[in-house]
Design a binder for this molecule. Sequence first.
Ligand SMILES: Cc1cc2nc3c(=O)[nH]c(=O)nc-3n(C[C@H](O)[C@H](O)[C@H](O)COP(=O)(O)OP(=O)(O)OC[C@H]3O[C@@H](n4cnc5c(N)ncnc54)[C@H](O)[C@@H]3O)c2cc1C
Length: 462
Amino acid sequence: MQNFELLVIGSGPAGQRAAVQAAKLGRNVAIIERRSVVGGVSVHTGTIPSKTLREAVLYLTGWDQRGLYGRDYRLKTKLTIDDLTQRLNITLAHEIEVMQHQLRRNGVPVIEGTASFMDPHHVRVTRTDGGVEEYRAERFVVAVGSRPIRPPGIPFDDERILDSDGILRLQRLPRSLIVVGAGVIGVEYASIFSTMDIKVTLVDGRPTLLDFMDRELVEEFVHHLRENGVVLRLHETVASVERDGEDHVLTRLESGKRLRADVVLYAAGRIGCTYDLDLERAGLQTDDRRRIKVDERFQTTVPHIYAAGDVIGFPALASTSMEQGRLAACHAFGQDVCATPSHFPFGIYAVPEMSMVGMTEQQLTDRKVPYEIGVARLRETARGQIMGLQEGMLKMLFALEDRRVLGVHVIGEDATELIHIGQATLILGGTLDYFLENVFNYPTLAEAYKVAALDAWNRLSG
Ligand SMILES: Cc1cc2nc3c(=O)[nH]c(=O)nc-3n(C[C@H](O)[C@H](O)[C@H](O)COP(=O)(O)OP(=O)(O)OC[C@H]3O[C@@H](n4cnc5c(N)ncnc54)[C@H](O)[C@@H]3O)c2cc1C
């Protein structure tokens, strides 16, 4: 039986980084992956496909040029699913190639099959052809990710009633779409589809959207959704979903409303993919969402078994999963030098995009931390004017006590890129003065940082 110093289960962002880190430490490591291709949800059904789809939609609809050429501007008037999948296929093929190359270069073999624990040190791997192999490892990183929750009673059919995996397999673009669940995945898809002039209704049981984000940003985002024709049905619960003839789906809400659309996307949460693992044989348990509990070193209650990525829950992002995987491998081999980052950014790739790092006004108020804000509109920058931006805002929060940056919140063009300037300043303990005293490239959207800093300075001086 083959023995490894580390076996990583799952080849998504968490598993991959864990394996590469262990290889870089000179350890004998392999990945077990049940799909025939590496990459996990991030590459096959999550991050990369949804972001590629967004990019294709923004380009083909001419959305980002409408500020200059008018609301009716379209680069291509009649979009088809082929227009979108073409770009998707090219991007995915490239991403997979890069990952396979990285694993090969670092000498990490991939064992194909579904892993399940036999005991705390042994796993059985079952291949799709039925073949079974057994392996031993001194340590494990469980990085099996998550999958969409499919509530009982919702008749998913992979044609018109879909989850976020199925939406990528649409055979043609719908004329109308109901999105159930206004979390990050739901709002991203709702806004992307509405940009293609598809009639979108967004339903959620909560009265407000994206509660962890800055309220002003969310208000601006909701305004955009409505401008794009999205109907919001918040504080509403779905009572039933059923096919209505060949071409439609009928969604009934508990309030009595009846919504009819070509397609329903159910994006109401995710659950850990631990169901095949026989974790109890390794001495582990999961919570009610099949997630594994870990400590700050990503160690489970069984000390030689680590877990990272979506399977441990919040924040369940590709970005944080990669880092967790890397840190889990470092800790597993006694490398405590790898520090856990103090702040990570959130990126929401909706249309328009949003990003944040650090504290929100609400959090600071709850903690009784006195602060001042500085706000800039992206259209106030020369670059914003050149690009024809009508919208977008950057808001910074500074401590009254020592002018340190406490939080940065951006909505609009390049928000997920712009945020990193704020992130660096925040992590390095920078203050308002950094933005006041430094020269930025001109014309850039990053100049919004200076405008926001001047706004804060004015408020502090007044
Ligand atoms: C629609 C969508 C959009 C997203 N957008 C973003 C975004 O913009 N930015 C961002 O940072 N994050 C985004 N995410 C989240 C991101 O995709 C996940 O956080 C990330 O993929 C989690 O990585 P992971 O390594 O934990 O698991 P995964 O990527 O899920 O990989 C787990 C792997 O484990 C394998 N596996 C499972 N069980 C077994 C088993 N028993 N044996 C062997 N192999 C097994 C699976 O086949 C899979 O390949 C998005 C997610 C979705 C669904």
